[in-house]
Ligand binder design. Structure first.
Ligand SMILES: [Zn+2]
Length: 436
């Protein structure tokens, strides 16, 4: 590693003074493509497993009314994510991140030294032996959350406007967020028109235009529940009743011509879009996403999917169609924690026909591709950012790849260290304690 980037990958060290990380698996830094960190104050999933989405949203609203969102929840969520091996995170929040620290060093030229004024548990930077190879080209650094979190953060502003009078305000919020993100040195801006039941089509169209004009990514919950499909298709069902109860039902907001495919076609006009969940995507919708794989992806949240007891996730079909798949934890309101490794394990358990290396790819390069960062991160490749998740292997040396995948995806081996741009962020992996 040099300058915060991988320089070379080889089986044997190039110097006589290699670092021994012990009995560990070294993964690319994990990419969590969907979270709501402002819900990180929720003590556990809201409602009973199998709860309907509309009832669950009612629980979330009740929670938020009784417990206002705090900046601390977001910061705790970032810290937790980093501890669990996540180095890049796409968060959907009601506000910009509660920090905008200036990174004191010019990462582009200084590389890994003095990268962040972070408050992580370890600031030690072990000396990196020179490989003697030609250094990679000077990196174009991606912003990294600087104040506390030690995570590369894309902050998607949540936009909600079921009624016409709210649209203009949301567009203004979106513009301000993009402007703030341009100034920020520690996060990148994105927009999240929330979902078909909470966003009028006119707002979606304006968000797509802002995304294209400003080259910022979009994320939208889509094809998440049968109730959402019922609303779009027939303009009735639990979501209509819910909106009526809130006094937010508007006939004109749901014209007959609306379809999930239509939403996808609209999203395709953006700079880049992630379809969050996509639990009930049909074949032609997957084919559309595959055709636009250069800028569209799906985010699968396995433990949240399990919590809601949805129909089996069409992951195998998506892969056959060529859809880019990333993984997300979603929020603590539907999942126990922010562990992306746990999401991988749930995906592996639910989809045994899918190769383990493909599952690992979802949580690394798949996420990077979904975020448009696959040239910069997501794999241990010379020239990419030196982000690592180090997993302790408890059960002795793995004899082969199958053993390794078994322990990674079927056991409970923990992440013991996270490296961001060539620096360990938590436990020093060379200490007595973690060198096991
Ligand atoms: Zn979500």
């Amino acid at each position: 590693m040099q300058g915060g980037r991988f320089v070379s990958v080889r089986a044997k060290p190039a110097t006589a003074d290699p670092m021994d990380l012990g009995n560990v698996a070294i993964l690319p830094g994990l990419v969590n493509a969907h979270a709501h960190l402002d819900l990180n104050d929720v003590p556990g999933p809201l409602g009973k497993p199998g709860i309907g989405l509309v009832d669950w949203i009612g629980e979330v609203i009740r929670h938020r009314l009784s417990t206002p969102s705090t900046e601390q929840a977001v910061l705790d969520g970032l810290r937790e994510s980093s501890r669990l091996g996540t180095t890049t995170l796409a968060d959907i929040s009601q506000a910009a991140p509660p920090f905008n620290s200036t990174i004191s060093d010019d990462i582009g030229s200084q590389g890994a030294t003095g990268i962040l004024p972070v408050q992580c548990e370890s600031q030690q930077t072990p000396s990196v032996p020179s490989t003697g190879e030609t250094p990679v080209a000077p990196p174009v650094a991606l912003p990294v959350a600087a104040a506390v979190p030690c995570v590369r953060l894309v902050s998607y502003l949540e936009l909600i406007a079921p009624t016409l009078e709210r649209v203009e305000l949301q567009v203004e919020r979106a513009r301000s967020h993009i402007a703030a993100g341009r100034e920020a040195t520690s996060w990148l801006p994105g927009l999240s028109p929330h979902a078909p039941y909470s966003v009028r089509l006119d707002l979606l169209i304006q968000a797509v235009a802002l995304s294209a004009e400003n080259h910022v990514p979009l994320a939208m919950h889509l094809a998440e529940s049968p109730e959402e499909l019922e609303l779009i298709k027939h303009r009735c069902g639990p979501f209509r009743e819910f909106l009526e109860r809130l006094g937010a039902w508007d006939d004109e907001a749901f014209p007959d011509r609306l379809t999930i495919l239509g939403y996808l076609q609209t999203l395709a006009g953006s700079h880049r879009a992630m379809v969050v969940h996509g639990n009930y995507l049909a074949d032609e919708e997957m084919a559309f996403l595959a055709k636009h794989a250069d800028r569209m992806a799906v985010v699968y949240c396995p433990r949240t999917h399990a919590f809601f007891d949805h129909d089996p996730y069409p992951l195998e079909k998506m892969l056959s169609a060529g859809v880019v798949v990333a993984l997300g934890t979603d929020s603590r309101a539907s999942s126990p924690d922010l562990s992306l490794l746990a999401e991988m394990r749930e995906a592996a358990r639910r989809h045994p026909s899918i190769a383990p290396e493909t599952i690992l790819r979802f949580g690394t390069l798949g996420g990077a591709t979904a975020l448009g960062m696959s040239h910069q991160l997501g794999s241990i490749t010379p020239g990419r950012e030196a982000d690592l998740a180090v997993v302790s292997l408890r059960h002795g040396a793995c004899r082969n790849a199958a053993d390794l995948y078994h322990e990674l995806l079927e056991g409970d081996a923990p992440v013991v260290a996270t490296w961001l741009r060539g620096r360990p962020l938590h436990e020093d992996p060379f200490s007595e304690k973690s060198n096991r």
